[in-house]
Design a protein around this ligand. Structure first.
Ligand SMILES: Cc1cc2nc3c(=O)[nH]c(=O)nc-3n(C[C@H](O)[C@H](O)[C@H](O)COP(=O)(O)O)c2cc1C
Length: 169
């Protein structure tokens, strides 16, 4: 991991983003979104590394923003993601962005219910975070086939992330 990190963090003056996610599925929306975020941020000239919360991630000090991504299964985020936050002292001192993937984020769910449930789902991750939460987002995710609309929303959200990271320049 260390040498991979050195190779990928070649640009000493770029803003750096670590995207930490996990999933239990092969055809994972949460992973596709993590990779989409990394691709877009790289195109914008930022450094971006994707890492699975259940595996060894690089040390956090060099990053300007930590993005956390978790699916919701049976009303809960993945334990590996909340454990990652706890293991790293709530990410205190870091800028943090959080996204979840969950069916409830679908436009087919009436908005009062959707907003209420999303707030609850996001809250179950955010209550672990002691850093500065600069963005949060719920994506619909998918079950079998990849949903390009979800990835379009991801590209849109990346604009917000770029703004947040580059605002301190
Ligand atoms: C076993 C299972 C349980 C799920 N439970 C919920 C849930 O409680 N609420 C919800 O909104 N979506 C739920 N979903 C939908 C997922 O959050 C959605 O499919 C998301 O894309 C999962 O992330 P992944 O693609 O990385 O696995 C569930 C999906 C699965 C497979």
């Amino acid at each position: 991991m260390e040498s991979n990190l050195e190779n990928s963090l070649a640009c000493s003056r770029c803003d750096r983003v670590l995207i930490v996610y996990d999933t239990k599925r092969g055809n994972s929306a949460t992973r596709a979104i993590a990779e989409c975020i990394a691709d877009i941020l790289k195109k914008e000239g930022l450094e971006a590394i994707v890492c699975r919360a259940s595996e060894q991630c690089p040390s956090l000090e060099v990053f300007d923003l930590i993005v956390l991504g978790s699916p919701i299964y049976y009303e809960r985020p993945m334990k590996s993601v909340t454990e990652f936050i706890d293991r790293n002292k709530g990410l205190a001192g870091f800028k943090v962005a959080v996204y979840i993937t969950c069916f409830v984020a679908s436009r087919e769910v009436p908005s009062p219910i959707r907003n209420f449930v999303i707030r609850k789902y996001l809250g179950s991750i955010l209550k672990h975070v002691r850093g500065e939460v600069v963005a949060s987002k719920a994506f619909k995710g998918w079950w079998r086939s990849r949903d390009e609309h979800v990835l379009e929303e991801c590209i849109e959200w990346c604009r917000e992330l770029v703004r947040v990271v580059t605002s301190n320049r």
